[in-house]
Write a protein of this length. Structure first.
Length: 295
């Protein structure tokens, strides 16, 4: 940690400088956080606690942490402020509960979790808490990366630190971003598109060859190349695919409802009949103002 960062920590040690300009809101948040931690501690109390909470482990809650984060993301994408506040509460519960489990097992506690991220934020924002300057978001990110590099000096590869269990689409995006920082990247979108065409061609050849392992390999390469195109277009592939998922689901449900409403079953319809409804829905979406490309 730099001298300027240390001085920032010390200046904020009592909390006073961090309680401005919205001190009442910060104080209310601290009070409610204290109440939440007390509730979670009671739930985990061997004498009178909740059997379900007592049965949980850090391993058993892995899926819950991911699920709650996805539900918060869904609320954010819907623009549902009240829903987002509720879902963020569920995420916060996971932090509190897992911290309590960590404390019960003698591994770590909430104070350690909170202190770690607070110290990190002060260290990585020397332009706020120290003497450094950063006048644009780009300068902030460059400073952030440099400071992060000093913290993670033990890492041997530019790719170290990307979560192994991240969803494959997100992981591909992050791997490419890290590699690009070293200069290992196409110079422009044209190179990325040409690579995509090349990979799609190799996928076609693999399909013609009929060997499953080769098909799987080439399909992965084509998807990876498509992620690279998305990156050059400054489009998060996860968000792009999720928009298409929602669009497909909505249209399929419309088609399904129309067919079943007429007294028929989908399996009794021809592909042409289903496509006629689907294409009409596409036209209606487009006429309604561009929902052809998303919700």
């Amino acid at each position: 940690m730099t001298a300027s960062s240390r001085s920032g920590c010390e200046a904020s040690g009592g909390g006073e400088s961090l309680l401005k300009p919205d001190a009442p809101a910060v104080k209310r948040g601290a009070e409610e956080m204290t109440r939440l931690l007390a509730i979670v501690a009671k739930l985990r109390d061997p004498n009178g606690g909740c059997p379900w909470d007592l049965a949980q482990t850090l391993a058993s809650l892995r899926g819950d942490l991911i699920e709650e984060a996805y539900e918060a993301l869904d609320a954010s994408e819907r623009g549902d402020a009240a829903g987002l506040a509720e879902e963020l509460g569920d995420v916060l519960l996971q932090v509190a509960l897992q911290s309590q489990i960590g404390q019960d097992e003698g591994l770590f506690d909430f104070a350690q979790v909170a202190k770690g991220i607070a110290d990190k934020m002060i260290y990585r924002h020397p332009h706020v808490f120290g003497d450094a300057t950063a006048k644009t978001p780009g300068e902030v990110l460059r400073n952030w990366d440099a400071l992060k590099g000093k913290e993670k000096a033990e890492r041997k590869s530019a790719l170290d630190g990307i979560p192994k269990h991240a969803p494959p689409l997100h992981r591909a995006y992050q791997l490419q971003k890290r590699a690009a920082r070293t200069g290992f990247d196409w110079p422009d979108l044209g190179g990325a598109l040409a690579k995509l065409d090349e990979e799609v061609g190799e996928l076609r050849e693999a399909i013609e060859g009929g060997k499953r392992e080769e098909i799987m390999g080439e399909l992965g390469d084509a998807l990876f190349a498509l992620v690279k195109v998305a990156r050059f277009l400054k489009c998060d592939p996860h968000h792009a695919l999720e928009r298409t998922n929602r669009k497909f689901e909505r249209r399929f449900r419309v088609m399904e409802a129309e067919i079943t409403g007429s007294g028929k079953r989908l399996k009794d319809c021809t592909l042409e009949e289903m496509e006629a409804i689907w294409n009409r829905q596409r036209r209606e979406d487009k006429a309604a103002g561009g929902t052809e490309n998303g919700e």
